[in-house]
Design a protein around this ligand. Structure first.
Ligand code: MG
Length: 337
């Protein structure tokens, strides 16, 4: 098995601002795993929130030595080896996981959703994300999002009311709100959520800092909207303890080390009676399409990272009237443009 790396600097359509910062270019690493004449693609989209950057991804992946592995079907052993190589480095680990799944699907001649026994007609509608912005830019973004029936609004700044007023002046679409840990006290969180209950909002993602799980549990007792964990929901072992504070979890491949663990998180969260959302970072169609193959199993999709950029080097999952349409090609089904 041979792994090669390519860096891509993804150019955002608009400067993307959330509660903790802004970006205009997001670098990612696309990996190619070659074995037996077949190439599987994977991707790492590192986030500083989780202690990674492009250099940490590159150094983690280049130090992995796959010399003792001769068969990508030994997914469990390979991923165990990769996870044990160093703590953290989740998006780098995800790149290997996606590439192995892509390789296996290509070898078997099966799209991943079929390999898992899923019905591609059951993919959900994805939300389209509107970052924090000025009223003029928000108006432009709402217009550009015309084809998306469901919007995810980033809040958690001092301008929450102004942003919602602007958006509600322009659209009556159902909204989801992501505060990205931006409401720093339980009283502020309750006050904002009670106000948002009147604004046609479906649920709230990560209202409070991940470090304040008890505070989030208190908030949940005082509001009616469901709360979904994102920054609190990293890996499989996080899921059971989140029941006390959240109604659901947002799984991202780049946080949880990939598809293999994401599948376990889905089943664990279901067993805990929690809703499942699958989200993303700013990613190419390799990462987004991989995640979309899980989507027939979930309640909410937020898989728009590839449509927020202008230079996606890959083709994969499509969005038609908001619904995710999986490619019928083997593996992940992402192909280079
Ligand atoms: Mg989020």
């Amino acid at each position: 098995m041979r792994l090669s790396l390519r860096r891509f600097d993804l150019q955002l359509r608009h400067t993307f601002t959330i509660a903790r910062g802004s970006s205009t270019i997001d670098p990612v690493v696309v990996v190619s795993l070659e074995h037996d004449g077949i190439v599987g693609y994977g991707e790492a989209a590192p986030s500083m929130r989780y202690g990674e950057n492009i250099n940490s991804v590159t150094s983690f992946l280049t130090t992995l030595d796959f010399a003792s592995f001769h068969d990508p079907f030994h997914l469990e052993s390979i991923l165990r080896f990769v996870d044990a190589a160093a703590p953290g480095n989740c998006s780098a680990k995800t790149a290997v996981d996606i590439a192995l799944h892509d390789w296996i699907g290509k070898k078997l001649g099966l799209p991943l959703y079929k390999y898992w026994g899923l019905d591609k007609n059951r993919t959900p509608v994805t939300s389209f994300t509107i970052g924090i912005d000025t009223p003029e830019k928000l108006a432009q973004k709402i217009e550009e999002a015309e084809e998306y029936p469901l919007l995810k609004i980033k809040l958690g700044s001092d301008h929450d009311r102004e942003i919602m007023k602007t958006i509600r002046g322009l659209t009556k679409k159902p909204l989801r709100v992501d505060a990205n840990e931006g409401w720093k006290t339980r009283e502020i969180a309750v006050e904002r959520i009670k106000w948002l209950e009147q604004e046609g909002v479906e649920f709230i993602e990560q209202p409070m800092p991940a470090s304040d799980l008890d505070g989030t549990a208190w908030v949940r007792e005082h509001v009616n909207l469901p709360l979904i964990a994102d920054e609190n929901s990293i890996r499989l072992h996080d899921v059971p303890k989140l029941q006390q504070a959240f109604d659901g979890i947002n799984i991202k491949l780049m946080k949880c080390t990939g598809l293999y663990e994401a599948m376990k998180m889905i089943h664990t969260a279901h067993a805990c009676g929690m809703k499942i959302m699958v989200g993303c970072m700013i990613e190419t169609s390799v990462g987004i399409t991989a995640a979309a193959h899980l989507s027939p199993l979930i309640d909410y999709a937020d898989l728009d990272g590839n449509v927020l950029i202008t230079n996606d080097p890959f083709d994969g999952v499509k969005i038609v009237n908001g619904k995710l349409i999986l490619p019928d090609r083997p593996g992940i089904g992402a192909v280079e443009k």
